[in-house]
Design a protein around this ligand. Structure first.
Ligand SMILES: NC(=O)c1ccc[n+]([C@@H]2O[C@H](COP(=O)([O-])OP(=O)(O)OC[C@H]3O[C@@H](n4cnc5c(N)ncnc54)[C@H](OP(=O)(O)O)[C@@H]3O)[C@@H](O)[C@H]2O)c1
Length: 325
C-alpha cells in the first residue's frame, strides 16, 4: 500500500470508512464480527487510516472501532468527528460546535475508541450558530492538551476553510466526492491546494451505487439512508443506472471492478486526495484496497470525467443546506 500525506499527516493512499458497519445502510450492525474482521484485514493489507464519527450509531461505531483496534492502536491514524450531537441541548441530530460541546464530545469519543488521543478530529458540519473561530479555538486547546493531534472540517465552504485555517492549521477537509458528486471541484479543491490542506473524499463509491451492486431500490430496508435519497428513488434511480453501466464498461476494459475504477479515478485527481471507501465485508475491503495498484490512462480518465451528471441531488433538501457553508 502506497502512502501519502494530508498536510503533514502520513496516511495510507486509501483509508477505510467504518460508518456502514453500524449506521446508515441496510445490514448495519447485523454482523459486528465480520466488521471487526474487515477492519483487521484492512490493517493487515497496509491501511493506516480509519474514519468514524460519534453520530454513527450514535456511538456504536466508535465502540466497534475501539474494540477492533485493541492491540493495534498505534498502527493507525484514527479520525473521528463531533458536532452532530448536542450533548446539552437536543441530542443526536442537533448541530453543536460550541466549545463546551466539543469538550464533552471529545471525552466520550476517546473513551469509546479506547485511546488517549484522536489523530484527526473533524467538525462534522459547520454550525451556523457558532463562529468557526470559536470552534477551532477550542480544537486548538485540545491539540495543546495532546487529546487531538490534527484538526479537520467536513463539508465546509471555502470562506469557512480560510477562516478556520487562519486560527489553527487545518490538516484535512472531508466532503462527498466521487464520479457522480463533483461539487468540490469548483470552489473547494482550489482553496485546499492553495493552502496545502489534504482532502478526504467520503462516499467515494457513491454510497455503493457506482459499484454496480445496487440495481433496484427494493434492495434497501426502511432504515436505509438511501431509501429516501433523491438519487436512489423513483425515476432518478432508473436514469442513474446508466452511470453505473458506464463505470462497469471501463472496468471491463481495464480488467478491474467498478469499485476499483471509481477509486482509481479519485486517486488520479490529486496526490493528497485520500478516499475512505466503506464496507463491512472482508472480501470487499480486499477488492477496494487493490485499487491502489490501478492506473487509468488519460483517455479513460477523460471518459470518466465526461460521464453525464447524476439525476437528483446527492442529499435531501435539509441535508443540502448543511453543505459548503
Ligand atoms: N463526513 C461525512 O459527512 C460523511 C458522510 C458519509 C460517509 N462518511 C464516511 O465515508 C465513508 C465511506 O462512505 P460511505 O460508506 O457512505 O459510501 P461508499 O464508500 O461510497 O459506499 C459504501 C457502500 O458500498 C458498498 N460497497 C463497498 N465496497 C463495495 C464493493 N467493492 N462492491 C460492491 N459494493 C461495495 C458497501 O456495502 P457493504 O458494507 O455491504 O460492503 C456500502 O453499502 C463512511 O464509512 C464514513 O466514514 C462521511
Amino acid at each position: 500500500m502506497k502512502h501519502t500525506t494530508l498536510r503533514d499527516l502520513d496516511v495510507s493512499r486509501i483509508g477505510l470508512g467504518t460508518m456502514g458497519m453500524s449506521f446508515g445502510y441496510t445490514g448495519a450492525g447485523t454482523d459486528d464480527a465480520e466488521s471487526v474482521r474487515t477492519i483487521r484485514r484492512a490493517l493487515e493489507l497496509g491501511v493506516t487510516f480509519l474514519d468514524t464519527a460519534e453520530i454513527y450509531g450514535p456511538y456504536a461505531n466508535e465502540e466497534l472501532v475501539g474494540r477492533a483496534l485493541k492491540g493495534h492502536r498505534d498502527q493507525v491514524v484514527l479520525a473521528t468527528k463531533f458536532g452532530m450531537i448536542s450533548h446539552a441541548y437536543g441530542g443526536p441530530g442537533h448541530l453543536d460546535s460550541s466549545p463546551a460541546n466539543i469538550r464533552t464530545a471529545v471525552e466520550g469519543s476517546l473513551k469509546r475508541l479506547g485511546t488517549d488521543r484522536i489523530d484527526l478530529y473533524y467538525q462534522h458540519r459547520v454550525d451556523p450558530n457558532v463562529p468557526i473561530e470559536d470552534t477551532v479555538g477550542a480544537l486548538a486547546e485540545l491539540v495543546e492538551q495532546g487529546k487531538v493531534r490534527h484538526i479537520g472540517l467536513s463539508e465546509a465552504g471555502p470562506d469557512t476553510i480560510r477562516r478556520a485555517h487562519a486560527v489553527h492549521p487545518v490538516t484535512a477537509v472531508q466532503s462527498e466526492y466521487s464520479l457522480w458528486t463533483r461539487d468540490v471541484e469548483e470552489r473547494v479543491l482550489p482553496v485546499l491546494r492553495e493552502l496545502g490542506i489534504g482532502f478526504v473524499p467520503y462516499s467515494p463509491l457513491g454510497h455503493g451505487f457506482l459499484t454496480g451492486a445496487i440495481r433496484s431500490p427494493e434492495q434497501f430496508d426502511d432504515t436505509d439512508w438511501r431509501k429516501t435519497n433523491p438519487r436512489f428513488t423513483g425515476e432518478n434511480f432508473r436514469r442513474n443506472l446508466r452511470l453505473a453501466d458506464e463505470v462497469q464498461a471501463v472496468a471491463t476494459e481495464v480488467g478491474a471492478t467498478p469499485a476499483q475504477v471509481a477509486l482509481a479515478w479519485l486517486l488520479a485527481k490529486g496526490e493528497h486526495i485520500v478516499p475512505i471507501p466503506g464496507t463491512k465485508r472482508v472480501a470487499r475491503v480486499e477488492e477496494n484496497i487493490a485499487a491502489d495498484g490501478i492506473e487509468l490512462t488519460a483517455e479513460r480518465i477523460g471518459k470518466l470525467d465526461n460521464l453525464p451528471p447524476a439525476a437528483g441531488e446527492h442529499h435531501n433538501e435539509e441535508q443540502m443546506q448543511m453543505i459548503e457553508r
